[in-house]
Design a protein around this ligand. Structure first.
Ligand code: URA
Length: 235
């Protein structure tokens, strides 16, 4: 691929803007020699303003989402994309979030520009477990775990019952819930259906991948071993 297209696809600017970067001599090889728009040079050998290029296509990353950020490219207020390098929003193919977390939910959020991988992760067939820690307004009654595990719980406005989910009670008002679906506001609606209210929600794990010690607001790119781990754990 010609460098002008490679850089435009990575979000460095429109083709016109990128063409100017070449004219200004801002694009070089690792040795500092100026490169040209039509050159075809390997990704690892290109520098822009002496910096290596952003990760190539096939980028998948994990963000520790703080509360208060919306999973959208163009909503009002703070967006999850504000926590990533600005160029990532302009990449082609687009870097999209894998499902969504509510604005006030924190925790593990994946992004990828690999459409096939995205479908593999969210596919009902994969049934990847998603683990949430919920802080509740009311003490648990004690019958929630059985109901959530039943496979017969029907949420208001849904046509099909929820797949069995696992509830671990951590304290009277703290619970860990593992679900294998991704229905709209699912965790909040499940607790609302048993007369409770989620006051804080955090996703700690998807499939075999956890946040580990990634600080809130930070992201890291996933490698092939991470993706294998992500997909290895089935519900
Ligand atoms: N369930 C919810 O209710 N909210 C989320 O953000 C994720 C799962």
């Amino acid at each position: 691929m010609k460098l002008v297209k490679l850089l435009a696809n990575l979000g460095y600017g429109s083709r016109k803007q990128v063409a100017w970067m070449f004219r200004e001599g801002r694009v070089t090889d690792a040795a500092g020699d100026v490169l040209y728009a039509d050159d075809q040079v390997g990704h690892a050998d290109v520098r822009v303003d002496r910096e290596p290029l952003d990760p190539p296509l096939g980028l998948t990353l994990l963000l520790h989402k703080p509360p208060g950020y919306t999973c959208s490219t163009k909503d009002t207020g703070r967006l999850v994309y504000d926590l990533l390098p600005p160029r990532f929003r302009l990449r082609s193919p687009v870097l999209s979030s894998v499902g969504r977390l509510d604005r006030e939910t924190s925790g593990l959020l994946l992004f990828t520009d690999d459409g096939q991988l995205l479908h593999r992760i969210i596919s009902p067939k994969a049934a990847l477990p998603k683990v949430y820690e919920a802080t509740l307004a009311e003490p648990l009654r004690g019958n929630e775990a059985v109901l959530f595990a039943s496979g017969a719980m029907l949420l208001e406005a849904d046509n099909t019952p929820l797949k069995p989910a696992v509830l671990d009670v951590l304290s009277p008002t703290q619970a860990r819930l593992t679900i294998t679906e991704g229905r709209y506001h699912q965790v909040r609606r499940m607790f609302a259906a048993v007369g409770n209210h989620v006051v804080a929600l955090h996703r700690s794990r998807v499939g075999g991948l956890a946040l580990d010690d990634l600080p809130e607001g930070e992201w890291r790119a996933l490698d092939a071993a991470d993706i294998e781990r992500l997909m290895a754990a089935h519900g």
